[in-house]
Structure formats: C-alpha cells, structure tokens
Design a protein around this ligand. Structure first.
Ligand code: NIG
Ligand code: FE
Length: 413
C-alpha cells in the first residue's frame, strides 16, 4: 500500500543523518515548508518540498491525500511510563489536596504499595484490557512508541504477570513498545525489615524467569531516600545487566543521594525524573553519554519544583521528555501537554521540546533507527495537526486538541 501526502504546510523534524541531540543542538529542528511525504508499506519512502515532487515521485500512487494547512510531525516517543496498573488513585489525589505529601502517603501504605495490592488481585486479562485502552488513548494523542515498566507487582507472580501483559501488548499493538523490569520500585511490606531478602528475590527468583521468557529490555530501580540506595541499585542493575538488561533509572526525584554518579558508572541508557539536581549532578550528566529524561507532569501533579531543563540543556546534557503515565504521580499520558508544560514552566523552546519528545525519546528507548524523525526507512508514525499558524502554536495553545489524525506504521488509527 502506497500513500502520498501533498501540500503539507510544514514537515517537521526531517533528518537524513541524525545523532542524539545535546545542548544547543536541541534547538535545531529541521523542517520543510510546503512539503510532500510518500509512505510505502508502513515505511517513509520519500519526502521533500512540493517543487521536487514530479522528479522524486514520477508516478503518483492511487492514494493521494492533500494536507492543506496541516503540519506533520513524527509521532511522540514516550520513553517512560507505568501504564499497566489495576486501578486509579483519586483518593490519594484528595489526600494531597488536603496537605499530605507524596512521601507521607507512601509511608502509610498508600502510593506504590496501594497499587501493588490492587495489581496482585487483578487478572492478567483485566490488566491487559485496561492497559490496551490506555495505549489506544495515547496513540490518538499522537504517541507512536512507548516504554512500559513493571513495578506494581513487587511479588514474583505480580512482577511476572505485569511483564507478561507488556509482552502481549508488544505482540498485539502496532506501537513500538519497550519493556522495563522495575521490581525495585519499593520494598513490599513482607520485606520491610529484610531488604536483602527482597533484593535476593529480585535476583534469584524474578530475573532468571524474566530472562528466560524474554520479558524485559531494561532494568529500573527507584533510587531514593526510603526506597533503594545507590549501592542497592548497583547490585540490582549488575544482576540485570548479566542477563543483558540495560539500566533505565528513576533518579533524583525527591533527593540527590548519589544516584546520578552511580547511573553513569552503570552506563545507564537514561536517568529519569531529575527534579532535584545539584550543580555537580548536572555537570556529571553533561559530561556523560547518559540521557536525562524529564517528567514534568510528575512535578506538576505533585506540586514539586520542575526539572531544571534550562540548566541541563545549557550545560550540554542530552534531554528527552516523557509522561511517566502512572496512577500516583502522573495520571496522564498526553505528550502534547508534556511539550506545552516544558515550554511554559521549564522554558524550553518549542523546537527543543519537539526534539526531546521525538528523536531523543526514541534514543532513550534505543528505537532511534525506526522512529523519532521523518527519515527515509523509518516507520511512518506521523501526527497530522489541524491547520495551525506555526509550530510554536502547538505548545502555546496548551489544552486544545490540535491533532487531526495519527498514522502508525502507515495506517490511520
Ligand atoms: O515515576 N517515583 C516512582 N515511581 C513513579 C510513581 C509511582 C506511583 O506513585 O505509583 C514515578 O513517579
Ligand atoms: Fe516513573
């Protein structure tokens, strides 16, 4: 099946060559005005300005779509979510309005443990169906690739159940999906006084099965005061790495406790959250190949300080943006709002936000060869906007749905 799309007002993030974008390069977003794009069997086959159409596509295919006034962007790459969960947590939302902190809610058995109780009681089918609905929701919002974590099981059965659900989502969905094992999300109550016992269970009971059934691509740890220390994180990551799982880590959300340094030593693919960064953390991250993934809706929802995006970018870091979609700290998987919030509250330029939410997001899932930009040979994962006056209008008109339609692997969803 071949589809030609013509008269695109602006084709955004077109790249013949690419690399992970860091520092100033994030502000460079290559575009073509009045463009066409040719999609063949789900793959981008050709693109260019309209005046080159006759030369580049001498024979027009049967299906030609005129995109007058519309912008086309690569679909969003959401590199950090927890979108498999059993139920939402509005009661904690009210607790927070009444003044309790995220850490206080966690300490009284709410938070992640609350989600774990509900997840262990849910069937694999129930979890699959609700996660499938969330995938459909985010794909309509323009997301074409997504990473999904376990971490609400915290028992051998629960973690494996979550990862098997993610594996089934991978098999059935047209979105590109990566799976991350987050057994080390928090200590379950049974191991409250026996941390080593839970770490042993992760290493001896969970990881061998996960590796055997190929249930995960990455390993994650919530490195935080009251959760896992940097040295515990190292032990868990090294065990995961022995099975080929690279680290993608929850770091510096509430406190800076040495996680950045350890993550760099572990050659993590990304360090995610980063609300609380010291100057030394920023300098170390900038000098490393590790991607810093900012999750601004977690800061928004928990009323915390935002990630220091300007300082990170101006220091030369490679930055990605993701939703953290989960029931506790970010009950939204809307990447459009992420880009708006990044511009409004973190002072990222619209170009920086789009690059961080597409190409760098793809790098943060090691999917940069198949998605994240308009490049020949990549999947035709495309966002068609409504007619808009400029690219900056997207984050500027936050809260308005400006997506007309979304194409995933060459098919409109
Ligand atoms: O990334 N901070 C750790 N984990 C999740 C939240 C989990 C939850 O509250 O359910 C996060 O924000
Ligand atoms: Fe998270």
């Amino acid at each position: 099946m071949t589809t030609l799309i013509t008269h695109i007002r602006q084709l955004v993030n077109v790249r013949e060559q690419q690399e992970l974008l860091r520092g100033r390069a994030l502000a460079h977003l290559p575009v073509i005005d009045d463009a066409f794009i040719l999609v063949e069997d789900g793959i981008i086959a050709e693109y260019g300005p309209m005046y080159e159409l006759a030369v580049k596509v001498p024979q027009l295919p049967k299906v030609v779509i005129e995109a007058g006034g519309q912008f086309i962007l690569p679909a969003w790459c959401d590199s950090h979510t927890h979108l498999v969960f059993a139920s939402t947590r509005e009661e904690e939302f009210i607790d927070k309005i009444r003044g309790m902190s995220y850490a206080e809610i966690a300490a009284k058995g709410g938070g992640i443990l609350n989600s774990a109780n509900k997840l262990n009681a849910a069937s694999e089918d129930e979890l699959f169906n609700s996660a499938w609905a969330r995938l459909e929701e985010i794909s309509k919002l323009g997301t074409g690739a997504v990473e999904i974590k376990s971490g609400y099981g915290l028992t051998v059965e629960g973690e494996l159940k979550m990862l098997r659900v993610i594996k089934k989502l991978k098999e059935k969905s047209s979105l590109s999906i990566k799976a991350t094992f987050l057994g080390a999300h928090t200590y379950p109550l049974a191991y409250k006084e026996n941390h080593q016992g839970y770490i042993n269970s992760i290493i001896n009971d969970m990881l061998p099965v996960i590796a055997n059934e190929k249930l995960a691509d990455y390993i994650d740890v919530f490195c935080e005061t009251g959760f896992f220390s940097p040295s515990e994180m190292e032990i868990i990551c090294k065990a995961g790495m022995s099975y080929g799982l690279k680290p993608k880590l929850h770091i510096n959300q509430l406190n800076s406790i040495g996680g950045i340094e350890s993550a760099i030593e572990l050659n993590a693919v990304s360090v995610d959250h980063l609300e609380t960064m010291t100057d030394a953390d920023v300098t170390a991250l900038a000098a490393s190949p590790v991607i810093g993934t900012l999750l601004p809706t977690a800061a928004f929802f928990l009323r915390m300080q935002y990630q220091p995006a300007r300082q990170l970018i101006d220091s030369g870091c490679a930055i990605a943006l993701a939703t953290d979609y989960n029931p506790g700290s970010s009950p939204s998987g809307n990447m459009n709002f992420i880009t708006a919030l990044s511009c409004i509250q973190m002072k990222m330029l619209p170009e920086e936000a789009v690059n961080a939410a597409t190409l760098n997001g793809a790098y943060a899932m090691e999917l940069e060869k198949e998605t994240g930009s308009i490049s020949v040979g990549k999947k035709a994962n495309l966002i068609f906007t409504r007619p808009i006056p400029s690219l900056a209008y997207l984050p500027y008109s936050f809260g308005t749905n400006l997506i007309d339609k979304v194409m995933i692997s060459g098919v409109f969803i």
